[in-house]
Design a protein around this ligand. Structure first.
Ligand code: GLA
Length: 585
């Protein structure tokens, strides 16, 4: 009984004084959430080191100070043995560093030392500075004490008087207690088979989870969990994290020869180059992480409640998701007012609350060969615009949603004929099509404004409650010929910022508007997009049996509330026929 009471006490709310504790004399910080603790400190040489990550430790005095280690040999320098919290590439560091730069004069050495700290509520800011130049990094720690999550990101400031190019900008490195026998859980897959859960032992070397595709991707999802090889749903310590980025991302899980286990995540350094003139800065995405004492079940529940409370639009006051009907599998591109009205009447009888008309309503969109980019209602299919259909849907007691794929263009479209330069491309090279479409360079501000205005106009003209925002291909030839060679690779980052920017502005201007993130199913699901969308399309594979695995993997990282799941015809995509009714023997 006493044990139960103590456990309850341990799980009680963390006061704000406890959330971030700091010992100025030893330069040690202890960050506490309801269920976990995280500590770092400054060594005598000024290096910021990770000191602890795991279950709750309430007293700062329990944390040992950071120390400097000795070189083992001329092949094993002490820098490789220390758990440096955020390492610049410089000196004798050859593991996965967090920040790598080249200065305009070619100098590439960057050694970061502790400079100062500042606290603002439940946020801690630690400034590191290069040993020589005015290049600073502010590490931000955001402690969500109730949710049991810590968010980390890094902002690099070029305060020096020469330009630098950032070649790798990671959000954070997380260290597990030094040791062996760990096991990595991660989500992998492909189109129509997303978020398959894998578990495998961690050995020396690095395992890389990533996207180089321009979007989050179907192949890996930016989430990880690590246990000591024996956790299950209810028991065992689990360290977990999720990166909040919908573009090229990378999480590398390294076990070093010295038995450190390091998880580094942020912008994918693949083809990465982000120039910073004097006075400019670069922010990384957030990398959220936590620790659960009670198995994978608790780890996923912590993430879920964090998403529902701190990430989703409208937070805890967000409405229960309505019952949704989507036209795609019924009518594909053959949409018109009479056909959709008939579907809406059927849907209303089933208790549907949100009727979504999918692809086919705009431009010359009769197949996937034409129309993307022309966000005007097709006059043959809807001679009176969308107004008649939407009124009917509303009269039937349902809200109306509309499918859009705004980042894309078919070469057979008025938009492409007017602006062939808006597509990402390398001049004189092929423009590779996938599903007969090309990708607009959303890093460009004129493209961003075109898309914002097209969607804003639809939302102004019609009673649209919901956009299903799709993205049906990956990048190719990601060139941006209008900017200098040195700036072209900003595309990877600015594209995503502009994507977020449009959704943010739309939502502010139309407070009732909801958005679904779809990318050929589950290609764009991550904690970066979730602040802007109300639900996600889990997979184009709606076959019930396959969905069991897809949804099991999804639920490791994301709350069920975000997960769209249609009931569709059988046999479905894989030819299997799973009946709706359940046969129990
Ligand atoms: C993607 C989506 C589908 C549907 C089609 C329309 O494949 O995942 O749900 O919207 O596009 O073209």
């Amino acid at each position: 009984m006493r044990q139960v009471a103590l456990l309850l006490l341990a799980a009680a709310a963390v006061s704000s004084a406890q959330t971030i504790q700091y010992d100025e004399s030893r330069k040690v910080w202890l960050l506490n959430t309801r269920v976990s603790s995280y500590a770092m400190g400054v060594s005598p040489t000024g290096q910021l080191q990770n000191l602890y990550w795991g279950g709750p430790l309430w007293r700062l005095a329990d944390i040992p100070s950071a120390t400097a280690k000795e070189d083992i040999s001329s092949f094993d320098p002490h820098e490789m043995l220390e758990n440096e919290e955020f390492a610049g590439w410089g000196g004798k560091r050859f593991y996965e560093t967090d920040l790598k730069i080249t200065r305009a004069d070619g100098n590439r050495d960057l050694v970061l030392r502790y400079q100062s700290q500042r606290r603002d509520g439940d946020k801690l800011f630690i400034t590191l500075r290069d040993i020589k130049d005015d290049i600073e990094v502010v590490l931000e720690y955001d402690v969500f004490a109730e949710a049991g999550i810590i968010g980390r990101r890094a902002v690099t400031y070029n305060k020096s008087n020469q330009a630098i190019t950032v070649e790798s900008a990671q959000s954070a490195t997380w260290y597990l207690p030094t040791g062996e026998g760990y096991r990595l859980s991660y989500l992998s897959g492909r189109w129509a088979a997303e978020t398959q859960l894998n578990r495998e032992p961690i050995h020396e070397g690095a395992k890389v989870l990533e996207s180089r595709l321009g979007h989050t991707g179907h192949n890996f999802n930016p989430w990880f969990a690590i246990d000591r090889g024996e956790a299950n749903e209810q028991n065992g310590g689990v360290w977990f994290g999720a990166l909040a980025w919908s573009g090229n991302w990378r999480i590398s899980v390294e076990q070093t020869p010295y038995k450190q286990v390091r998880v580094t995540g942020g912008f994918n350094p693949f083809d990465f180059a982000y120039p910073l003139k004097p006075g400019e800065h670069l922010e990384t995405p957030q990398f959220y992480a936590g620790y659960a004492t009670n198995g994978f079940g608790e780890a996923s529940r912590l993430l879920h409640s964090f998403e529902l409370t701190d990430i989703q639009p409208h937070g805890p006051t967000a409405r229960v998701r309505p019952v949704l009907y989507n036209s795609w599998e019924a009518t594909e591109f053959k949409v018109d007012e009479a056909g959709q009205t008939a579907l809406a009447e059927k849907a209303a009888k089933l208790g549907v609350e949100l009727f979504v008309m999918d692809d086919g309503w705009f431009g010359k969109r009769n197949t996937d060969h034409a129309g993307l980019g022309d966000w005007v209602v097709n006059p043959q299919k809807f001679p009176n615009g969308l107004g008649g259909l939407i009124k009917k849907v509303n009269d039937l007691g349902m809200d109306f949603g509309l499918w859009v794929e705004p980042e894309m263009v078919n070469p057979d479209s008025d938009l492409y004929r007017a602006h062939p330069d808006w597509v990402m491309n390398f001049p004189g090279r092929p423009r590779s099509e996938l599903r007969n479409q090309l990708v607009l360079n959303l890093a460009r501000d004129d493209v961003r404004e075109y898309i914002f205005e097209a969607l804003d106009k639809l939302a102004n003209t019609y009673q649209i409650r919901y956009f299903k925002w799709d993205m049906n291909r990956i990048f190719a030839e990601p060139g941006w010929p209008e900017v200098s060679a040195g700036e072209q690779r900003e595309l990877w980052v600015k594209y995503v910022w502009n994507y977020y920017n449009i959704m943010d502005r739309l939502r502010r201007k139309h407070p009732n508007l909801e958005i679904e993130s779809c990318s050929g199913g589950g290609g764009r699901i991550d904690l970066g997009v979730l602040p802007y969308v109300d639900e996600v399309w889990t997979s184009d594979n709606t076959e019930a049996f396959d969905r069991l695995k897809i949804q099991e993997g999804f639920s490791q990282a994301y709350a069920a509330k975000f997960m769209s799941a249609w009931v569709t015809d059988v046999p479905n995509s894989n030819g299997r026929s799973t009946p709706l009714h359940c046969v129990v023997n």
